[in-house]
Design a protein around this ligand. Structure first.
Ligand SMILES: Cc1cc2nc3c(=O)[nH]c(=O)nc-3n(C[C@H](O)[C@H](O)[C@H](O)COP(=O)(O)OP(=O)(O)OC[C@H]3O[C@@H](n4cnc5c(N)ncnc54)[C@H](O)[C@@H]3O)c2cc1C
Length: 529
């Protein structure tokens, strides 16, 4: 039986971040990973020979750049690519596309010149409105937060309370309509915002509470400043793994944890699927709460109220991710002709309006494939030539609202229908899109559930809903990275502040563990530079 200071379950980016923080402080740390690669839901894989695709996450959004130096991944060659625009959203041919310029001046000029003064003013007022949430989010980012109700109640004045309440409990449309008052106008701008609102939720943009995900995404920056790791998203975790190992950390792949070993109410280690038992002073789970407590744990060892709260977490999240290899980059036609030969073509998204997404949401709720799905289509190799052989390209397409409740035996059929509709939509702006495709593979939430054990395939590991954020994440009263079981901690995207490739839950969780288990037992603390 082995003894470590800390065992971390999961070599996703949060598990490896926690590993770096603990190993650097001198603790002996073992990371156990079910698959045989690092990165979890943010990995880069050679799905087709010579082509690399980011499977799962692909852009850094709510990510603080100071993490790069802090986690020393710059020393392992980790680099970011900063495109001048994050997306070009298009809708109907007569609608002006919305370009998500990352430079605020470029964005303001685009809004003023292409969408009109009303759009520019509305967008900047909306930005000021969101800044209340952003300030609050940043205040609690590194600590155990109170609940949203407590945060709002403690706000300094009535105006702040009202704004925070509408950004937390209102619908995305209510918030947008405060500034973009005229229905039917600025479809691409509002469609783009609405797509952020529904991301990581089981909601439409008109659903009460959808403003919360929109506000969370806004914390990424006024223009959703997409940052792309050079070499694909997986380089974040492979770099973290190198730093971790440099500090003496160990990673075991194909090591699936079957259950916790619980003795006298304390977690003393884990049992692997192959029967091995490993002991540690502390165990950190980076899995979502239902996976952690309902699958790896004997629920008899937990308080019944806690188990009920875990059972009630909402994870329903439906989507498809389609990875393609391309003979060449496309030539865009019609309303997107202007992106040809510019960086604006690296990510185009068909998001017509909030009403379009509302229609998709209604069909999704009824278990149907949306007739008119929204489509994000990006060409990572356009920004990063290391991802594809010379002359060829990679393409990934993401679309929300692939039904979650599919009658047995119909999954493949519905997947094909969704892919058909998504590609049909792309052909409205690239008439020969299908002819450019060489290979394709389609993943839905089912793939992510089976591969990474993520409940419901929910990439948010607990949806971005009111009642599941701040002091209620993962469940009310346990936003402190601790659990009712002594020596068991949490540090994945299911924890505060939330999902996405941020490294924050991993870092916060590791610090809590260090506070609990005390100084490192190894003598050569932090000697490796
Ligand atoms: C399609 C898709 C698109 C996304 N797009 C973005 C994006 O662009 N930007 C962004 O910021 N976020 C995005 N996300 C979300 C992001 O990927 C996740 O929030 C993030 O990767 C979570 O990291 P984590 O380390 O907390 O957990 P995970 O990445 O889920 O890591 C957990 C690890 O634990 C392992 N594991 C599970 N069970 C066991 C077990 N029993 N024993 C041992 N190991 C186990 C899993 O294999 C996995 O490697 C996306 C996700 C998906 C699926």
């Amino acid at each position: 039986m082995e003894e470590h200071d800390v065992i971390i379950i999961g070599a996703g980016h949060n598990g490896l971040t926690a590993g770096v923080e603990l190993a650097r402080a001198g603790h002996s740390v073992l990371v156990l990973e079910k698959t045989n690669w690092p990165g979890g839901q943010a990995a880069t894989k050679e799905l087709f020979k010579g082509f690399k695709h980011s499977v799962g996450a692909w852009a850094l959004l709510v990510f603080r750049e100071e993490m790069i130096k802090y986690l020393e991944i710059d020393k392992e060659g980790f680099e970011l690519i900063r495109p001048s625009s994050s997306f070009t959203v298009f809708g109907d041919p007569e609608d002006t596309p919305f370009i998500g310029y990352t430079d605020p001046i470029d964005l303001a000029n685009h809004l003023l010149e292409d969408h009109g003064e009303d759009a520019m003013e509305a967008f900047s007022e909306l930005g000021r409105y969101f800044s209340y949430f952003k300030e609050m989010f940043e205040k609690y980012i590194d600590e155990t937060p109170p609940t949203l109700e407590e945060i709002i109640a403690a706000a300094p004045d009535e105006k702040t309370r009202e704004i925070l309440a509408s950004l937390s409990y209102g619908s995305a449309i209510e918030v947008m309509r405060k500034f973009f008052k005229e229905p039917g106008k600025h479809g691409c701008i509002l469609g783009s915002l609405s797509a952020s609102a529904i991301d990581g939720t089981h909601m439409g943009p008109f659903t009460k509470g959808s403003a919360l995900s929109l506000s969370y995404h806004y914390c990424a920056g006024d223009t959703y400043d997409f940052k792309i790791p050079k070499g694909g998203i997986g380089t974040l975790s492979s770099s973290l793994e190198k730093v971790f190992k440099r500090y003496g950390g160990e990673v075991q792949y194909k090591a699936q944890v079957e259950n916790f070993i619980i003795e006298d109410g304390k977690v003393t280690g884990v049992k692997l699927r192959n029967g091995d038992e490993l002991r540690a002073k502390a165990v950190i789970s980076t899995l979502d709460a239902q996976s952690t407590f309902l699958r790896l744990c004997d629920t008899q060892a937990l308080p019944t109220d806690f188990v009920s709260s875990v059972e009630d977490i909402e994870y329903t999240n439906g989507y498809i991710q389609l990875h393609l290899t391309m003979k060449s980059l496309p030539t865009f036609a019609n309303q997107l002709e202007f992106v040809n030969g510019t960086e604006k073509s690296w990510l185009v998204a068909y998001i017509q309006s909030p009403e379009q997404l509302h229609g998709c949401w209604k069909q999704y709720q009824a278990g149907e494939v949306p007739d008119n799905p929204a489509v994000y289509c990006y060409f990572p190799s356009q920004l990063d030539s290391s991802l594809a052989p010379e002359g060829f390209h990679t393409c990934t397409i993401f679309s929300h609202y692939f039904p979650a409740d599919i009658p047995k035996g119909q999954h493949n059929e519905m997947k094909e229908l969704m892919v058909k509709r998504v590609l049909d939509r792309m052909e409205t702006v690239v008439p020969n899109f299908r002819e450019l495709i060489m290979d394709q593979v389609v993943f839905t939430q089912e793939y992510f559930e089976k591969t990474f054990g993520t409940t419901g395939g929910d990439f948010a590991q607990g949806l971005l809903h009111p009642g599941q954020m701040f002091g209620d994440r993962p469940v009310p009263g346990w936003a402190n990275y601790e659990t009712p079981l002594e020596n068991l901690f949490m540090a994945g995207g299911g924890c505060h502040p939330g999902p996405g490739v941020t490294c924050i839950p991993g870092l916060n969780g590791a610090r809590v563990v260090m506070g609990k288990i005390g100084a490192a037992s190894k003598s050569e603390t932090s000697q490796v530079a």
